[in-house]
Design a protein around this ligand. Structure first.
Ligand code: GLN
Length: 480
């Protein structure tokens, strides 16, 4: 059952060939067997999942209409609030916190009869590219346990890759869905900013954050996107548009290959595999166009000003009074704030808060924050210009295959450079999708990224489907 797609699982349940309870048990067994090695989950909500499964089976028995994800096991990144488990953001500062409400995406999944299996590991507050910044220890890559699964949504990616969830949700502020999807040979989709409500997603950088899915194939990714997308009065940035539909109609696409995505810093083997995938599309009738996105070189610098600036403001609420950890030291009020925060936040989150506070402080605001916003505008203009000539832009998702645990933890800049191809979509608000297009000689996954026009999520999905057909679906479920 763990090798079935979400579409297959739903039809098995609808035709009563397999019960939702059996599916849930199969997934729970798989989690028990391999998650001690992978550590994708922070919490498994076994009882709630079985209860939800029984309700789905009862509905099926009564012949009631079933939701779009009936009987499909889904994992949730632990920075989205759910009532049936703690929400930790992989941070000590939220110790003991249980949300009194649920994220809109979670409500929509439940309404679609999905079975929520639990909450997955992440870099603390989604800050990182390897899941090593979790206060609860790293998640490992199921393809090679010595390597990272990417981040920050590494737990969700690893869970789907290893058959410990059929689908999962992640959040993507600068690549946190697409880069771990690349590292685990899963499909990861960051829809256009505004497509999916962030109500109940713990805010990192509000002008960049977007929720999206991990799936085993493109059609499943499209299916769950339709469930979670759409206007939500509780998130004023969500837009009132019908959710994107995947309707392949044999269009011949014009695909831009930005030269800035193929230069310095790109692993030669990744480059060859990604270019070979592009050539396969060309052989099938797509037109490859050499394009330029010159502002790309400033993307990382701008992102690492904008994201920490917004984070420093969003994380001000963790003061030792409202939520979670409070210092036990006898201190005055200011001491209570600073001690609680010192004790509760890990090194990377602390670094971001200091960076962001500095960039926003008077005297430096013009030099840093304002300039980063100008870069952001230029980057958007780069894409506008290129999209006059092409339907989408393709290139690598990550400059390297999955790296080893510990390889980049001592060097924040090396870690930040993992995001060189992914931050643009967030800064420009565009949809971006990552999917596997091959493996290195040593068996490590390599992915292609597709970036499309704002709200043209459907085209991105359609191109992804063509890539999947040309490069072949990943049909291995690594069992570490
Ligand atoms: N790796 C990036 C960062 O550390 C992106 C994180 C994300 O998308 N949540 O900020």
């Amino acid at each position: 059952m763990i090798t079935s797609s979400a579409r297959e699982l739903r039809s098995l349940v609808a035709s009563k060939k397999v019960s939702a309870v059996e599916i849930t048990r199969a997934y729970l067994d798989r989690i028990r067997a391999i998650d001690p090695k992978v550590k994708a989950y922070l919490a498994v909500t076994e009882d709630a999942a079985l209860q939800a499964a029984r309700r789905v089976d009862e509905k099926a028995a009564r012949g009631e209409p079933l939701g779009a994800l009936a009987g499909v096991p889904v994992a949730i990144k632990d920075n989205m609030v759910t009532r049936d488990a703690p929400t930790t953001c992989a941070s000590k500062i939220l110790a003991g916190y249980r949300a009194p409400y649920e994220a809109t995406v979670v409500e929509r999944l439940r309404a679609a009869d999905a079975l929520l299996l639990g909450k997955t590991n992440l870099d603390e507050f989604a800050m990182g590219s390897s899941t090593e910044n979790s206060a609860f220890g790293p998640t490992r890559n199921p393809w090679d346990l010595q390597r990272v699964p990417g981040g920050s949504s590494g737990g969700s990616a690893a869970a789907v890759a290893a058959g410990m969830a059929c689908l999962a949700l992640g959040s993507d502020t600068g690549g946190s869905i697409r880069q771990p999807a690349s590292f685990t040979a899963t499909v990861g989709f960051k829809p256009t900013y505004g497509r999916v409500s962030r109500y109940g997603l713990v805010a990192f950088a509000s002008s960049l954050d977007q929720i999206g899915p991990f799936a085993r194939d493109v059609e499943d990714a499209a299916l769950i996107t339709r469930v979670i997308a759409g206007k939500d009065p509780l998130d004023s940035t969500s837009v009132d548009l019908p959710p994107p539909t995947l309707k392949p109609n044999g269009r011949r696409f014009r695909l831009g290959l930005p030269r800035e995505y193929l230069g310095e810093g790109l692993d030669p083997e990744v480059r060859d595999i990604v270019l070979a995938a592009a050539k396969k599309l060309e052989a099938r009738g797509a037109t490859l166009v050499d394009v330029s996105l010159p502002t790309t070189q400033y993307g990382i610098a701008a992102y690492y000003i904008v994201a920490p600036s917004e984070a420093s403001s969003n994380l001000a609420r963790y003061d030792g009074v409202h939520y979670g950890h409070r210092t036990k030291e006898p201190v005055d009020l200011v001491g209570l704030y600073s001690k609680s925060r010192r004790e509760g936040f890990g090194a990377e989150v602390t670094r971001r808060i200091i960076l962001g506070t500095f960039a926003l402080s008077s005297g430096y605001y013009e030099a840093y924050y304002n300039r980063a916003l100008k870069v952001r505008r230029l980057l958007k203009q780069d894409f506008d210009r290129v999209f006059e000539r092409v339907d989408a832009v393709v290139g690598p998702t990550s400059p390297t295959p999955p790296f080893r645990l510990g390889e980049r933890t001592a060097d924040p800049l090396a870690m930040y450079l993992s995001d060189v191809y992914t931050v643009s979509a967030n800064l420009a608000g565009l949809p971006g999708l990552s999917l596997n297009c091959g493996f290195t000689k040593t068996g490590l996954p390599v992915a292609l990224q597709i970036q499309g026009k704002a709200f043209d999520d459907a085209t991105v999905l359609e191109i992804a489907l063509a890539v999947e057909r040309e490069c072949g679906k990943v049909t291995t479920w690594p069992t570490p």
